[in-house]
Design a protein around this ligand. Structure first.
Ligand code: FAD
Ligand code: NAD
Length: 440
C-alpha cells in the first residue's frame, strides 16, 4: 500500500521546499522528499543553495572581505590595525553554523506547514508513484500523488582528464571546506563560481589563477561591465588567463600538489597548484530520479523538458529549478515553485523570465536584469543607453567605492527599460529596485 498525497515534491532545495510549503499553505496534502545528509549526519533540506552553494559561499565571501578591509582598506581611513591574522577553521565553523541554522529552519518550516518530510532518494514511476529509498538504508517507502513536482537541482559538470578527488582537485563542495589558505590556487572556469570562490581565497592570501577556455571574459555580461570588471579583478591580482584549454591534471600526493597541462593560445605548458577547483558549469541532476514508465522526457541538453508553465511530458508531473531550462538561480527556482503550487491549486500564475536578476558577488559586485546591448542588436531592437561612472558619484566616493558604473538600456521609442547593468558596491541591492521598475 502506498501513502497517497495531493502533491509530492522530489528535492528539497529552494525550488522544492518553497513549492512544498506553498502547496501546503494552499490546503494540499503535501510530501517533500530530499536525500541531503548534513555534516552532522542529519537530514539537511535546503539543497545545493543552503548546503554547498549560495549561502556558504556568501558566508566565506563576507569573512574574507572583512579580513581584506582590515589589511588593505582601513589604513586609508586613518585606522591602523596591527597583527590581524586569519583563522580558517574558525571561518569554516562560522559558515557551517549559518548553514545549520538555515537547514534546521527549513526542517522547522516544513513541519510548521504540515509537509510530510521523507529523508531519502525518490524515484518517479508510472502514474505518479514515488518510491523513496531512505538515506538510513531502511526499506523503500511507497508514495503516490495527483501531482508530482521534480526539483532535483544540478551537479557540477566534469571535464575530461581532470578527476575531482575532493582533496587536491575539488568542486564547489571541497572549495568551501579548506582548512588552510592554499598558497597557489588554480581555478578551471572563470564563470560565477570561479570568480566568487577565487575571490574568497585571493582575499585570504592565495595566489589565484583562473583558466578560462573562452577568449571573452563573462560573455553573458554587458560588454562595458565585463571590460571594467576584468581590469579591476586583474588589479586585485586575480590572474585570469583567457583562451586557456585545460588538457589534463595530475596529483602528486607526496608533494600535495596538482600539475595542470594547459594550452593557452596554441602554446602548451604546465602550471602547478596546491589546490585546483573545477567549476565549468553545472548540469541537471536526474540520476535515479526517472524510473520505468514515468513518461518524463529530457530535452536535447539533458534537462527535464517542460512547457512555459513547468509541465513535463507526463500528466500531473511538473519540474522546476536547476533541472529545467532557464538560469540556474535560487530565486528563479523558488519563483517557479510558488507558481507551480498555485497552478496545481487552480490559481493563475505567471513568471516573467525577462526580469530575473543575476548577481556575481565579487567586490565590487556585478548585477544585471534584462537584456544586453548585444542581445538587443541580435534581436534588431532599437534602444538608447545611459551610463554613469561611480567615480563621479559623491556617495560612492565618500565610501571609498568609486569603481564601476551603472548602465540603463531603454527602448528607443517607448522608453521602457530593457536592461540594467551595474558594476559597483551594493549592486545586489540596487538591482532589486530596477527589477521593480521593469515589472511595473
Ligand atoms: P538544488 O538546490 O540543487 O536542490 C535539489 C535537491 O534535490 C538537493 O538537495 C538534492 O540532494 C535533492 N535531490 C536530487 N535528486 C533527488 C532524488 N532523486 N531524491 C531526493 N532528493 C533528490 N544561486 C543564486 O541565486 N544566488 C547565489 O548566490 C548562488 N550561489 C551559488 C554558489 C555556488 C557555489 C553554487 C554551486 C550555486 C549557487 N547558486 C546561486 C545556484 C543555486 O544554488 C541553484 O540555482 C539552486 O540551488 C537551485 O535550486 P533547486 O531547488 O533547483 O536545486
Ligand atoms: P558558469 O557557467 O558561470 O562558468 C563556467 C565557466 O567555465 C565558463 O566561463 C566556461 O566558458 C568555462 N569552461 C567550461 N569548460 C571549460 C574548460 N574545459 N576549461 C576552462 N574553462 C571552461 O558556471 P559555474 O561557475 O560552474 O556556475 C554554475 C552555475 O551556478 C552558474 O551558471 C549559476 O547559474 C550558478 N551560480 C550562481 C551564483 C550566483 O548567482 N551568484 C553563484 C555561483 C553559481
Amino acid at each position: 500500500m502506498s501513502e497517497k498525497f495531493d502533491v509530492i515534491v522530489i528535492g528539497g532545495g529552494p525550488g522544492g521546499y518553497v513549492a512544498a510549503i506553498r502547496a501546503a499553505q494552499l490546503g494540499l496534502k503535501t510530501a517533500c522528499v530530499d536525500a541531503t545528509l548534513g555534516k552532522d549526519g542529519k537530514a539537511a533540506p535546503g539543497g545545493t543553495c543552503l548546503n554547498v552553494g549560495c549561502i556558504p559561499s556568501k558566508a566565506l565571501l563576507d569573512s574574507s572581505k572583512h579580513y581584506h578591509h582590515v589589511e588593505h582598506e582601513f589604513a586609508e581611513h586613518g585606522i591602523a590595525v596591527k597583527g590581524a591574522s586569519i583563522d580558517v577553521p574558525a571561518m569554516i565553523k562560522r559558515k557551517d553554523g549559518v548553514v545549520k541554522k538555515l537547514t534546521g529552519g527549513v526542517t522547522q518550516l516544513l513541519k510548521a506547514n504540515k509537509v510530510a518530510f521523507f529523508h531519502g532518494k525518490g524515484t518517479l514511476g508510472a502514474d505518479r508513484a514515488v518510491s523513496v529509498a531512505p538515506v538510513d538504508g531502511g526499506d523503500p517507502v511507497e508514495l503516490s500523488a495527483d501531482n508530482v513536482i521534480l526539483a532535483s537541482g544540478s551537479v557540477p559538470i566534469e571535464i575530461p582528464n581532470v578527476e575531482v578527488d575532493g582533496e587536491h582537485i575539488v568542486d564547489n563542495v571541497g572549495a568551501l571546506e579548506f582548512s588552510e589558505v592554499p598558497k597557489r590556487f588554480g581555478v578551471i572556469g572563470a564563470g560565477v563560481i570561479g570568480l566568487e570562490l577565487g575571490s574568497v581565497w585571493n582575499r585570504l592570501g592565495a595566489q589565484v589563477t583562473l583558466l578560462e577556455a573562452l577568449p571573452d571574459f563573462l560573455p553573458l555580461v554587458d560588454a562595458d561591465v565585463a571590460k571594467q570588471a576584468l581590469r579591476e579583478f586583474k588589479k586585485q591580482k586575480l590572474d585570469i588567463r583567457l583562451g586557456a584549454k585545460v588538457l589534463g591534471a595530475s596529483v602528486n600526493r607526496k608533494k600535495k600538489q596538482v600539475t595542470v597541462t594547459v594550452d593557452i593560445d596554441g602554446e602548451e605548458g604546465e602550471m602547478t597548484f596546491d589546490r585546483l577547483l573545477v567549476c565549468c558549469g553545472r548540469r541537471p541532476h536526474t540520476e535515479g530520479l526517472l524510473g520505468e514508465g514515468c513518461g518524463v522526457d529530457l530535452d536535447d541538453r539533458g534537462r527535464i523538458a517542460v512547457d512555459g508553465q513547468s509541465r513535463t511530458t507526463a500528466e500531473g508531473v511538473w519540474a522546476i529549478g536547476d533541472c529545467v531550462r532557464g538560469p540556474m538561480l535560487a530565486h528563479k527556482a523558488s519563483e517557479e515553485g510558488v507558481a507551480v503550487a498555485e497552478l496545481i491549486a487552480g490559481k493563475p500564475a505567471e513568471i516573467h523570465f525577462d526580469t530575473v536578476p543575476w548577481v556575481v558577488y565579487t567586490d565590487p559586485e556585478i548585477a544585471w536584469v534584462g537584456r544586453t546591448e548585444r542581445q538587443l542588436d541580435e534581436d534588431g531592437i532599437e534602444y538608447r543607453t545611459g551610463s554613469f561612472p561611480l567615480a563621479a558619484n559623491g556617495r560612492a566616493l565618500a565610501s571609498g567605492q568609486g569603481t564601476g558604473l551603472v548602465k540603463i538600456i531603454a527602448d528607443a521609442e517607448s522608453d521602457a527599460i530593457l536592461g540594467v547593468h551595474i558594476f559597483g558596491a551594493n549592486a545586489s541591492e540596487l538591482i532589486a529596485e530596477c527589477v521593480v521598475a521593469m515589472e511595473f
